[in-house]
Design a protein around this ligand. Structure first.
Ligand SMILES: Nc1ncnc2c1ncn2[C@@H]1O[C@H](COP(=O)(O)OP(=O)(O)OP(=O)(O)O)[C@@H](O)[C@H]1O
Length: 268
């Protein structure tokens, strides 16, 4: 894995994307065979916030993310993305647990794919993809192919492909769960640095309370389905976070309520 660099920032002439507000009101989603997954869920996320979503397997976290992304429709209630007045309409990016790279394309052309689909010309999209790759510390891997990359590098290409559209909301569904612990912690640092730099709204699904507390400003723990909010708490840790924080007593104190709520959420 190449060394990590903190987000060097957007190209000089690129505006910071900023974030959008997420407003979920009385959202309901029912699947044939699975039953009621969301039943009147309310959630309000301020623009530019980094929120971690935790809860038992199958409680509806991915379902909620898909509704926010517009990949699925609620059966009742509403899910809205509200851009600040005067801002462009929301741009949404979604990062899955699997990097889903096209094996026949090099790293640069994988990262440029969303721009290609949007009809951006070759030189322009490659220039923007290179900036996104530099943001995730992969500027020197642009010519390589997915088969030559480690799991962590593939995830960073996936992150670059999400960032290349300059999203105002970034949705991540257990993106680092399949990686070894050290790689995961490095990617956590990088993601947090990118968020501090770019200011988009982030919704991050994870099963790790430590990852949630380390990354987010606000953590939400859901019950078993239909998902109710068991805990919605700000994370009172410094804005600048480094690996040493993980062994700090303040960090351990932030984990306690998350752990308690997760255990309560698992209970039948
Ligand atoms: N398209 C679908 N059709 C039928 N059932 C579905 C569909 N999508 C999700 N479900 C069901 O809805 C429930 C919630 O699924 P979801 O993937 O949102 O949970 P999750 O909290 O993200 O779980 P995990 O932490 O295991 O990823 C599960 O019981 C799942 O089987």
């Amino acid at each position: 894995m190449t060394s990590l660099v903190l987000a060097p920032g957007l190209a000089a002439d690129a505006p910071r994307p900023g974030g959008v507000r997420v407003l979920v009101e009385r959202a309901r989603r029912v699947f044939a065979g699975s039953g009621v997954v969301l039943d009147g869920l309310d959630l309000d996320v301020a623009a530019g916030t980094f929120v971690a979503l935790l809860g038992p397997s199958g409680c509806g976290k991915s379902t909620l993310l898909r509704l926010v992304a517009g990949l699925d429709q609620a059966d009742g209630g509403s899910v809205k993305l509200l851009a600040p007045e005067g801002a462009e309409r929301p741009r949404i990016a979604y990062v899955f647990q699997d990097a889903h790279l096209l094996p026949w394309r090099n790293v640069l052309d994988n990262a440029a794919l969303p721009l290609e689909l949007a009809g951006v010309g070759r030189d322009e999209r490659r220039a923007q993809a290179l900036v996104a790759l530099q943001q995730v510390g992969l500027g020197d891997a642009a010519a390589r192919h997915p088969a030559e990359l480690s799991g962590g590098m593939k995830m960073r290409v996936s992150l670059a492909r999400a960032l290349v559209t300059r999203p105002s909301i970034l949705l991540l569904d257990e993106p680092f769960a399949a990686l070894d612990e050290l790689t995961r912690q490095r990617l956590d640092d990088q993601l947090r640095a990118l968020w501090l730099d770019l200011g988009m709204t982030v919704l991050f699904v994870t099963h790790s309370n430590a990852e949630a507390a380390y990354l987010a400003e606000r953590c939400i723990v859901f019950s078993r389905r239909p998902a109710r909010i068991l805990l919605d708490t700000p994370i009172d840790l410094p804005r600048e976070r480094a690996a040493s924080l993980r062994s700090d007593p303040h960090f351990a104190r932030a984990l306690g309520p998350l752990q308690d709520a997760l255990l309560a959420g698992e209970a039948p």
